[in-house]
Design a protein around this ligand. Structure first.
Ligand SMILES: [Fe+2]
Length: 296
């Protein structure tokens, strides 16, 4: 059995004065204002909580960690570096760590110009099948013998307009995912497909045009070809599980650190069987709720 911890949207907090002044323009300036006024109190304990989550992972004998992005608020280098350091104990679980960026990590176009996410999180981004990567290393595939494969898709992009935080999985990645799913080497494995954006909200409906995944229907259509798959995502700061009409189990981890709403999932993967146990933060520590487990 392989035990997989899914977390997301940790939004590690760094004081504004540590961010490069020349980058605090445009959308980041608005974002910095929002951070000071509204977000900071919600994520002030993010680092302390990640330390607790690492101890939880130790206690629960977690083999592998999957994080679906949004490590930062504004995608600056000091924030990415602080977040990478904060997850280091989780990155050292026996089977490692799989991740994708979130929209906050690629906040505005300067994040792409210097490839800062790849630079700072690069050691966690490799693929076992680079021949299937078409779009800057995506999709990335990791195989965990004999029963599990994780596929990471990048759905995040900079959104310079202040009113938009939507995402899209580039068509080339979706085509590559379709080809991957037909690869006979995946036969008999449970597939965890990880990306930042949610194709569907908790009520089964698509998210708003300016907040959701633009090509959610296309993603669900491709994923429906996988015999045993679950989609893992973040972006929406509530933990939930739904099975949309396409039949694909969708697990949103919410945010592991958002005060009062902390969420995680623990997946136990065995041959032809997946058990997903939701978790939260209560009484100062992370705890699982086995009575609400989902199995298929
Ligand atoms: Fe997000």
């Amino acid at each position: 059995m392989i035990r997989v911890l899914h977390l997301s949207d940790v939004h590690v907090d760094v004081p504004i004065w540590r961010m490069p002044l020349r980058e605090l323009l445009g959308k980041r300036l608005l974002g910095a204002g929002n951070l000071l006024l509204r977000r900071r109190p919600l994520f002030a304990d993010a680092r302390a909580k990640l330390e607790k989550l690492a101890r939880f992972a130790e206690r629960e004998a977690v083999d592998l960690v999957v994080c679906t992005g949004d490590y930062t608020a504004l995608g600056t280098v000091p924030e990415l570096e602080a977040a990478r350091a904060a997850i280091e104990p989780l990155a050292r679980r026996p089977l490692g760590f799989v991740t994708v960026p979130g929209n906050h990590d690629l906040y505005v176009p300067d994040t792409l110009r210097d490839s800062r996410f790849e630079r700072i999180f690069g050691d966690l981004l490799g693929s076992d099948w680079p021949e299937h990567s078409v779009d800057g290393g995506w999709p990335a595939v990791r195989l965990y013998d004999p029963d599990l494969a994780v596929v990471a898709l990048n759905s995040a992009r900079p959104n310079p307009q202040p009113w938009r935080s939507s995402g899209r999985i580039p068509d080339a990645q979706l085509r590559a995912l379709g080809e991957l799913l037909a690869d006979p080497r995946l036969r008999g494995r449970t597939l965890l497909i990880a990306t930042h954006y949610a194709p569907r909200l908790r009520d089964g409906k698509p998210d708003r045009w300016n907040h959701g995944l633009e090509n959610a229907d296309e993603l669900l259509a491709v994923c429906a070809r996988a015999p045993r798959a679950a989609l893992l995502h973040g972006h929406i700061h509530w933990r939930y599980h739904i099975v949309p009409q396409s039949g694909l189990h969708q697990f949103g981890a919410g945010s592991a650190t958002h005060a009062g709403r902390e969420g995680i999932w623990l997946f136990e993967v065995e041959h032809n069987h997946l058990r997903a146990v939701p978790g939260g933060f209560e009484g100062g520590d992370y705890r699982l709720d086995p009575s609400a487990a989902v199995e298929f």
